[in-house]
Design a protein. Structure first.
Lengths: 213, 317
């Protein structure tokens, strides 16, 4: 996000106390990029909650309690229960496992494959570039919902197939290609400025994965 | 320029052809078939002969390549045929729903642009102040909030606070604009918020990048009025990536709002998509995909033309 911010400040931390250096870097980061630190904290909490779901969750997420269906929040069920009497809090806690897995896997696979394709397309240029771009156009123009429905009905439901369905239309390839192009163009007309930031695209597609419908 | 436009229009053909091939064969690879689905409830009629008769009626007994050729022949003449499930002409099936989806997408875009551009510009001008942080928190929250959830909150909030429920039956705009807008403004706001989040972030980072350019300093040095620098020099150049984001999102909205449509009881293209695939209605699904793909490609084409209009340095060959 932040462009041209003084990153040197992080590098200038004295080498004197090697044991405290790691903490100092973290502290410096929190002070310089409070929003980034907040975001990292949210993701870290989500990962921890997901990892320790079986310890933290007060109930089994699929255990039904027909005596307490659609209950309001009480001390026994902090967030109440759903139509089958399942504890909502426990379900959310277990849900972060799926959310983290799908989110990270999609962003990682989409960005990695996309970056390779995009950079290769820009590097080889010419006919290869034209062909790759046309194929990318086809996938981008293809409605996401159909691709997802098709993948799920061919491969069946399940987390790994959801990941495939969401990762296919990732537009990292286009971003990566654009980034390389821009870098080349600025290399030709002035001194090279590495302002290519496909990473920010990855972050956005991660968020989009979680909220788009 | 004319040459460029013609070339771009011609380049649409291979892309659309690719989409057509992909959807045609994808639908045939997906397991399940419309005839079995239709007769599954009525086992009395599901004899082998009846199934075959129905398949023959729908033309599903012919070899796949023949089906493909006849479908492509229809596409070229812009004849999409009839829906396999309802038997109604596809243009009839799609027309009203497309009008609804298009109107919703346009309204959401208006909401998003009205929010995103002022917020993004202010955030960039006041970088690292509390204003900037507030805008960034609002836009991150927008990315993280599912729009169907926001829609539910809107409906419940209106009901509880104002004891008023937005109309839940669709009225076309030309029949009763007030009724129509009273219904569609809520989904437009819910979707527009998420949409504006993407655009705000892009506006902010593009403005920050442009404001560091040499020509902005030159403009300031020669004493151009600051407001003019912002509107004419900076904002105009910063709009390029924002336009791309808006166009991508707009194209997505045409066919991609499934849950939001369900929340507001809207019969838009998103719901039709799910029904069509669920019924394995090949002709309808194929027509829908071609329509959405065409909108996507056409919007992108318009954006590229707008690029040249906004930034005269861009000359297309």
């Amino acid at each position: 996000m932040a462009i041209g911010r003084p990153v040197e400040a992080v590098a200038d931390i004295p080498e004197a106390a090697p044991r405290r250096r790691w903490l100092a870097v973290v502290g410096e980061f929190c002070r310089q990029r409070p929003l980034g630190a907040l975001g990292a904290a949210v993701v870290a909490v989500n990962i921890l909650v997901g990892l320790g779901a079986n310890v933290i969750a007060p109930y089994d997420p699929v255990a039904t309690d027909y005596g307490a269906m659609l209950a309001r929040p009480t001390t026994a069920h902090w967030l109440g229960t759903d139509a089958f009497g399942r504890d909502v809090l426990s379900r959310i806690i277990y849900g972060s496992r799926t959310a983290m897995l799908v989110g990270f896997a999609c962003a990682f696979i989409g960005a990695t494959v996309g970056a390779v394709i995009g950079v290769a397309s820009a590097y080889f240029a010419g006919k290869v570039d034209l062909l790759v771009q046309r194929v990318m156009d086809i996938f981008l123009a293809f409605p996401l919902i159909i691709l997802a429905l098709a993948v799920v009905s061919i491969l069946g439901t399940g987390i790994q197939n959801v990941i495939v369905a969401i990762a296919i239309p990732d537009d990292s390839a286009r971003r990566a290609r654009g980034a390389v192009e821009r870098a080349w163009r600025s290399a030709r007309c002035r001194t090279w400025t590495p302002r290519a930031r496909p990473a920010s695209g990855t972050g956005a597609s991660f968020c989009a994965t979680c909220s788009r419908t | 320029m004319t040459k460029y436009i013609v070339k771009r229009l011609l380049l649409m053909i291979p892309t659309l052809l690719g989409v057509a091939v992909l959807i045609f064969f994808l639908m045939r690879v997906v397991p399940g078939d419309i005839v079995e689905l239709r007769f599954s409830g009525e086992s009395a009629y599901a004899s082998k002969e009846n199934l075959d008769k129905e398949r023959a009626r729908l033309g599903l007994d012919k070899p796949v390549w023949q089906q493909f050729v006849s479908w492509m022949g229809g596409l070229v003449r812009l004849d999409f045929g009839t829906s396999m499930w309802t038997g109604a002409p596809i243009t009839e099936e799609i027309r009203l729903r497309f009008a609804l989806s298009l109107q919703l997408a346009i309204m959401a875009t208006i909401v998003a642009v009205l929010l995103a551009i002022p917020l993004g510009v202010i955030a960039a001008l006041r970088q690292d102040t509390w204003i900037d942080y507030a805008v960034r928190v609002i836009s991150i929250a927008g990315l993280a909030t599912p729009s169907f959830w926001l829609g539910i909150v809107f409906i419940l909030g209106l009901l509880i606070i104002f004891k008023w429920l937005p109309p839940m039956v669709y009225t076309p705009f030309w029949t009763d604009p007030v009724q129509n807008l009273a219904q569609l403004i809520w989904p437009a706001l819910a979707v527009g918020y998420r949409y504006s989040a993407v655009a705000t972030r892009m506006t902010r980072s593009a403005m920050l990048e442009v404001l560091r350019e040499d020509y902005i300093r030159t403009a300031r040095a020669k004493g151009v009025w600051e407001k003019l620098i912002l509107s004419r020099h900076a904002l105009k150049n910063a709009m390029l990536p924002v336009l791309t984001v808006i166009a991508l999102e707009f194209a997505f909205l045409i066919g991609g709002l499934v849950v939001t449509e369900q929340v507001f009881n809207l019969n838009g293209l998103g719901m039709l998509f799910v029904e069509a695939v669920g019924h394995r209605d090949y002709t309808l699904t194929q027509a829908l995909v071609m329509l959405v793909a065409f909108v996507f490609i056409f919007v992108n084409f318009l954006v590229d033309l707008a690029y040249a209009w906004i930034d005269p340095r861009i000359r297309f060959r």
